[in-house]
Design a protein around this ligand. Structure first.
Ligand code: SAH
Ligand code: SF4
Length: 361
């Protein structure tokens, strides 16, 4: 029994052909399921009765169960979904003017373990399957309000580039006219900097790229984003330079989570400017004031520190936005996603101890 949500386009074509059907059946099925949101084979009017019978006998459609749908005061809502394995994931829906952005998870937990991230602090559990990634947008489009998702950001739980093959197939479906019909500029992959897969993404499916930079100095970045020890800033900047040639709008978004007293001084901003100028990378900056979570180690900088940091970047001619904290009252903001029901924040060391161990203060 196969779960149709788990099949890539090529796999679905092959499966249809194994069932004695022509390749275009795959495209018809995709249009029904993802384009129109229809899961009931009986309603698929251009599918033959014989094939409907085969579908009923040999396939199933499995989507995660909605355990909770919480709405924040600003309209942002957070979905808690239960996978077949029993694990929980979270996805966030962010309305803004005409836009309705889906913030999608790619893994349960995350192995990168950035020091300021609730998902990472919970450890890595598993990669989401293709079906589990795609179901998140399917549920938003078909089981929630009438509005359809216009933008996707892979900024939920997990490091998308460490679940590359499922990510690649999910992106194909986001972009496909049979599927969700989104343009490359409306789909963003955010990465902590898994350099080899930045090159692969450029070749396979160059959607918009956001890099979680946080610091322009290897010593500090090693402590905040441990994967920096494997792929230091020099390698990351070279990859960004290559990627921007194929990036939908010719630039890369640099995300900077601002942590009070850690990476939010003017000289930190200047260090970053020097780095991107050295590597000639075209960027836009997105500043994310630290979102606190239970067991978290850091503090959110005061507004005047954030403004000072912003001015330092702008003074160097950079475009900077400050990410509004969305969905704060449902813990739906960046880095607060932790599969709350299962969350097991490591308690063995108090926050202060860990900060000292990290040596960032
Ligand atoms: N793993 C990917 C995408 C998911 S995290 C990545 O790291 O890019 C999405 C964004 O949220 C990243 O820029 C990350 O640095 C940021 N983030 C994580 N925890 C945060 C927190 N507690 N406060 C603010 N931003 C956070
Ligand atoms: Fe993983 Fe991103 Fe969190 Fe780092 S910030 S631990 S890469 S999800």
């Amino acid at each position: 029994m196969i779960n149709i949500f788990d099949l890539s386009k090529q796999e679905l074509v092959r499966w249809c052909s194994d069932m004695g059907e022509p390749p275009f059946r795959a495209s018809q099925l995709t249009k029904w399921i993802h384009g129109k949101g229809v899961l009931d084979f009986e309603r698929m009017s251009n599918i033959s009765t014989k094939f409907k019978g085969l579908l009923l006998e040999h396939s199933r459609i499995l989507i995660p169960e909605i355990i909770q749908h919480q709405k924040a005061l600003d309209g942002t809502s957070k979905l808690l979904l239960k996978l077949e394995s029993g694990e929980m994931i979270e996805s966030v829906i962010i309305p803004e003017g005409e836009r309705l952005t889906a913030c999608i998870s790619s893994q349960v937990g995350c192995a990168v373990d950035c020091s300021f991230c609730a998902t990472g602090n919970n450890g890595f559990k598993k990669n989401l399957s293709l079906g589990e990634i795609i179901s998140q947008i399917w549920i938003m489009n078909n089981l929630l309000g009438p509005a359809k998702i216009t933008n996707v950001v892979m900024m939920g739980m997990g490091e998308p580039l460490l679940n590359y093959s499922n990510l690649k197939n999910a992106l194909a479906l986001f972009l496909s006219d049979d599927g969700y019909g989104l343009s490359k500029r409306k789909v963003t992959v955010s990465t902590s900097g898994v350099v080899p897969f930045i090159y692969k993404l450029k070749e396979d499916c160059p959607v918009s790229l956001a890099v979680s930079l946080h610091s322009g100095n290897n010593d500090l970045r090693n402590k905040l984003v441990p994967i920096n020890k494997k792929y230091p800033l020099e390698q990351l900047m070279e990859a960004c330079w290559e990627y921007q040639k194929s990036a939908p709008r010719g630039f890369i978004t640099m995300e900077i989570t601002l942590l009070n007293g850690v990476n939010d001084e003017e000289n930190h901003a200047i260090e970053i400017i020097k780095l991107i100028e050295k590597y000639k990378v075209s960027v836009k900056f997105n500043l994310i004031p630290y979102n606190p979570y239970s067991g978290g180690l850091f503090e959110t900088p005061a507004l005047k520190r954030i403004e000072r940091y912003r001015r330092a970047l702008q003074g160097a001619g950079q475009i900077v936005t400050i990410r509004k904290t969305r969905g704060d009252d449902v813990s739906g903001a960046c880095g607060q996603l932790a599969g709350s029901f299962l969350s097991r924040i490591k308690q063995n060391n108090g926050p202060k101890d860990k900060i000292q161990r990290l040596g960032v203060l």
